[in-house]
Design a protein around this ligand. Structure first.
Ligand SMILES: NC(=O)c1ccc[n+]([C@@H]2O[C@H](COP(=O)([O-])OP(=O)(O)OC[C@H]3O[C@@H](n4cnc5c(N)ncnc54)[C@H](O)[C@@H]3O)[C@@H](O)[C@H]2O)c1
Length: 359
């Protein structure tokens, strides 16, 4: 470890900062928060106080944070449409960026982020916390060791029965979120599969989206519905279910399904990969992580006994700190973000047109 402390400004002090990012700062002695910013100043102040700071380092306007001398990085935890705007402004000032998912709300915005990162030579990393689950890390190594053979197809989903986040607020307002569960949850599981498959390039998407629960009064049954502030009589112009199919340049395919609300038994998320030597699946419905293979003419199931994942969001931030402080090779590069948003944008386009869209 180097001796210099990393100076970081936090932009957006809402649910995900207080629910997850905060632990990365509490537990890392090599990083120092020098600013807390929220457009609602009281949220910046209450967050600062939790970490033992006072209002003297709290800001309402993110541009003031970007002007702080010696600032090394910002951690962007704002609504989706602001990710690219703040990230590009920071990179243009030579400030490294860690940003929450989804990368951006359109391909052109994601491309601006990649361009700004390349031009500045600074690090742009977007949250990919699911790569840091214990089962994900185990599988990545298993696949890299060649034990699954050629992976040619995958399925993934995050389905909720009733779990619309911040109904009526920014989450359900397309101009601020970019979309519903596809952009919100899809990024997590699609990225995880693509990363495990070795980052093939997406070439076409077919999808359908539905909005059926905008007027439902039924109580949420998902802890994740607590994200974002709900707004009575607010906007709901995004989907609540997306179904789709993605094709990749190497012939791989992926089936996807994401819902914030649908009439299914209960919330769960899963990934399933199929390779020529083995398949694998992880399903939160029954906390099962299994590998399916064969030995001596007999099919065999393996069940790795892994401990619970230890703060995947925190681990992702620790990796970002490690890249900046110790020159570690980043395990996320901006082109992965652009490719991700290409999939999402093509899926929305396909749903609108009712046909497959080429990327
Ligand atoms: N990785 C994950 O598991 C995960 C989970 C939840 C949310 N998220 C992502 O985190 C981001 C924030 O989500 P959240 O649930 O914390 O939402 P939130 O609404 O609770 O928090 C967002 C905060 O940003 C503030 N804000 C809005 N405009 C601002 C501006 N111009 N300048 C500074 N602050 C501003 C809001 O006042 C609010 O406090 C979203 O992009 C979301 O997709 C990621």
């Amino acid at each position: 470890m180097g001796t210099k402390k990393l100076k970081v400004g936090i932009i957006g002090c809402g649910g995900i900062f207080n629910g997850a990012h905060i632990y990365a700062y509490q537990d890392n002695k090599n990083v120092e928060i020098v600013a807390f910013c929220d457009i609602v100043l009281s949220k910046a102040v209450s967050t600062a106080k939790k970490l033992g700071f006072d209002e003297s380092i709290c800001y309402e306007n993110y541009e003031d944070v970007l002007n702080i001398e010696g600032l090394d990085a910002v951690d962007i935890c704002t609504p989706n449409y602001l990710h690219s705007i703040i990230a590009v402004a920071a990179l243009n000032k030579g400030i490294n960026v860690f940003c929450e998912k989804p990368d951006a709300v359109s391909v052109s915005e994601a491309q601006k982020m990649q361009d700004a990162a390349e031009k500045s030579g600074k690090v742009l990393m977007v949250m990919r916390n699911n790569r840091y689950n214990n089962y994900s890390k185990f599988l990545k190594k298993y696949i890299n060791d060649g034990k699954m053979g050629e992976i040619y197809t995958a399925r993934c989903a995050w389905r909720r029965r009733r779990g619309i986040p911040g109904k009526g607020g920014w989450f359900t307002t397309k101009a601020q979120s970019g979309g519903g569960p596809l952009i919100d949850l899809g990024v997590h599981m699609i990225d995880l599969c693509i990363w495990l498959m070795g980052n093939p390039k997406p070439v076409a998407v077919s999808a359908a989206t539905y909005t059926k629960f905008a007027n439902s009064e039924t109580e949420a049954d998902s802890e994740h519905a607590q994200f974002g502030e709900a707004k009575a009589d607010g906007t709901f112009d995004v989907e609540d279910l997306a179904m789709g199919f993605i094709r990749f340049d190497n012939g791989c395919t992926m089936q996807i399904e994401f819902s914030w609300a649908s009439n299914i038994e209960r919330e769960h998320n899963f990934i399933e990969l199929r390779g020529t030597k083995a398949g694998a699946s992880n399903d939160t419905a029954d906390k099962s992580f299994k590998i399916f293979t064969e030995e001596n003419g007999i099919t065999v199931d393996y069940i790795p006994n892994l401990p619970d994942s230890n703060g995947p969001h925190k681990q992702n931030l620790f990796h970002f700190f490690d890249v900046l402080l110790n020159g570690k090779e980043p395990d996320f590069v901006p082109v992965q973000g652009v490719n991700m948003v290409k999939i999402l944008e093509a899926a929305y386009k396909s749903a609108e047109l009712g046909e497959e869209v080429k990327i």
